[in-house]
Design a protein around this ligand. Structure first.
Ligand code: ATP
Ligand code: MG
Length: 183
C-alpha cells in the first residue's frame, strides 16, 4: 500500500484545486520557504482524521480554510482527498484503490467520504487504526517528534509500540464493549 495521490482545494494556502501524484518509494517535495510544503503534510494528517487544529499549526478550525490573499477572496470550504494504492490489500477493503475525502465548511460542518460514499470519521479511524497511517500512527513524523519519543515516559512509549504491534484496535474495541456493558 502506498500514497498514490493527493488532491487539495481550499485547504490553507491552496486556493485552486491541486493534485500531486506520488510513486512507490521516495518522493520529495521541494520549494522556497512559505510555499506550502508543510501545508501538504498538514492536509494528509487532516484527511486521515486529525482532530487537533493545533497540531495542524492553526488555532481555530477556520485557519485550515483558504483565508484569501491580495488577489483572491477567502473560500468557504476546504477539501482534501487522498488516494491509497491498495493492490496488496493491506487495508481490509475489497478495493485496489481507496480514496478518503474530508470537507469542512466555515460553519464548522464537516463531511467524510470513503470511496466517494459518505461515512463517519469513526469509519476512517477504524480503517486506519493499527496500520500506522492513522492520525496517531508513526508514518508522519514531524519536527521535534523524535526528541519527544526519546524523552517520553515508558508508559507513553508503550502506546507507540502497541500501535506498531497492531493491538490498538483490540484495546479500543475492548473499551467500547466495556462501556456498553456499563450502560
Ligand atoms: P518552510 O520551508 O519555511 O517550512 P513551507 O513550504 O513548509 O515553508 P508552509 O508552512 O507549508 O510553508 O506554508 C506557509 C504559508 O501558508 C504561509 O504563507 C501562510 O500564509 C500560508 N497559509 C497558511 N494557512 C493559510 C490559510 N488558511 N489561508 C491562506 N494561506 C495560508
Ligand atoms: Mg515547512
Amino acid at each position: 500500500m502506498f500514497l498514490k495521490k493527493i488532491e487539495i482545494q481550499g485547504f490553507k494556502s491552496f486556493a485552486d484545486r491541486i493534485q500531486i501524484e506520488f510513486q512507490p518509494g521516495i518522493n520529495a517535495i521541494v520549494g522556497p520557504n512559505g510555499s506550502g510544503k508543510s501545508n501538504v503534510t498538514d492536509a494528509i494528517r487532516w484527511v486521515l482524521g486529525e482532530q487537533s487544529v493545533k497540531s495542524l499549526r492553526g488555532s481555530k478550525l477556520e485557519d485550515i480554510i483558504f483565508a484569501g490573499s491580495l488577489k483572491r477572496k477567502p473560500l468557504g470550504m476546504a477539501e482534501v482527498t487522498v488516494v491509497l494504492d491498495n493492490e496488496d490489500h493491506f487495508l481490509p477493503l475489497d478495493f485496489t484503490e481507496i480514496s478518503i475525502t474530508r470537507r469542512v465548511f466555515r460553519s464548522g460542518e464537516s463531511e467524510f467520504y470513503l470511496n466517494k460514499v459518505p461515512c463517519r470519521l469513526k469509519d476512517i479511524q477504524e480503517l486506519l487504526m493499527d496500520t500506522g497511517i492513522g492520525k496517531d500512527g508513526y508514518s508522519i513524523i514531524s519536527q521535534g517528534e523524535i526528541d519527544e519519543f526519546l524523552l517520553s515516559k515508558p508508559e507513553e512509549r508503550r502506546l507507540i509500540f502497541e500501535e506498531t504491534a497492531g493491538i490498538t484496535k483490540h484495546k479500543a474495541r475492548k473499551k467500547e464493549s466495556e462501556k456498553k456493558l456499563e450502560e
